[in-house]
Design a protein around this ligand. Structure first.
Ligand SMILES: [Mg+2]
Length: 258
């Protein structure tokens, strides 16, 4: 957990730094997990915080998400920040167009979708999301026990299916996702660090995909896991609701008040 001393230390580090790199996961970190992913539009408070952070030239703000690029672009594209979609398969630098960093092939999707469809038919409230470089089965709206049961069943079927392929299964927070194993938040974070060459790095995330990033960033960075559970992050915040207060507290004091 982050204590008052830690807040102080982090604020000092921020004050001393000239070129900061700030990685923020979106769902479950900047915004709460909601029933339908399409309803997680950034609220006013979040837009205010991001605008304040990006208005400081010392900050390089990166939204690093598993979401598709179209949605992220629609919601955040007008802000002066970098957006990473689909765990690093696509990137959009401030004011530029999306760039695809991964190769597009579609043949692999068919079998994955058909296995997911069988499970979705048995598990009420669950649904499939097809993205450009990954396919996800969401079960946040399914009854708790059925969701858990069918998610394990799906993992067993998928494990057989992807054996010997460059695909991997991601067992996330109410989501099972199949994607390429070389695309992950750690790899893209490394690339961005090389480009920015920062003297301070902060990263916030709530899910398994963020652990790839925490591992790459290591101990010199300020890494924060949102919520309970094992993590490679240096600190944790107990709930998503605390993120807004945390960011205001460490960045937007005195001169920068919003
Ligand atoms: Mg998340």
């Amino acid at each position: 957990m982050l204590g008052p001393e830690d807040y102080h230390t982090i604020r000092q580090q921020i004050k001393r730094s000239e070129n900061r790199l700030l990685f923020f996961d979106y769902d479950g970190t900047l915004m709460p997990i909601v029933k339908f992913p399409s309803l997680s539009i950034p609220n006013e408070d979040l837009i205010r915080i991001l605008s304040a952070l990006t208005s400081d030239k010392k900050n390089n703000v990166v939204i690093i998400s598993g979401r598709d690029s179209v949605t992220l672009g629609k919601w955040l594209g007008s802000l002066n920040l970098t957006i990473v979609a689909e765990h690093g398969a696509l990137i959009k630098y401030p004011g530029e167009r999306w760039k695809e960093l991964a190769e597009v092939t579609n043949e692999w999707k068919k079998d994955i979708i058909s296995v997911m469809e069988q499970i979705a038919a048995k598990c009420e409230g669950s649904f499939i999301e097809e993205k450009r470089f990954s396919i996800a089965w969401h079960y946040r709206n399914a009854p708790y026990e059925a969701g858990n049961f069918h998610s394990r069943e799906l993992i067993r079927s998928l494990t057989k299916l992807i054996n010997g392929t460059p695909l991997q299964i991601l067992d996330g927070n109410k989501i099972i996702e199949v994607r390429f194993n070389n695309i992950n938040k750690g790899a893209i974070a490394k690339k961005i660090i090389n480009e920015v060459n920062p003297d301070f790095i902060l990263a916030l995330g709530d899910d398994k995909t963020d652990e790839d990033m925490f591992h790459v960033l290591g101990k010199e960075s300020v890494t924060i896991k949102i919520g309970a559970g094992d993590t490679a992050a240096g600190y944790s915040l107990s709930a998503q609701e605390e993120v807004s207060r945390f960011l205001k507290n460490i960045f937007l004091t005195d001169s920068n008040k919003i």
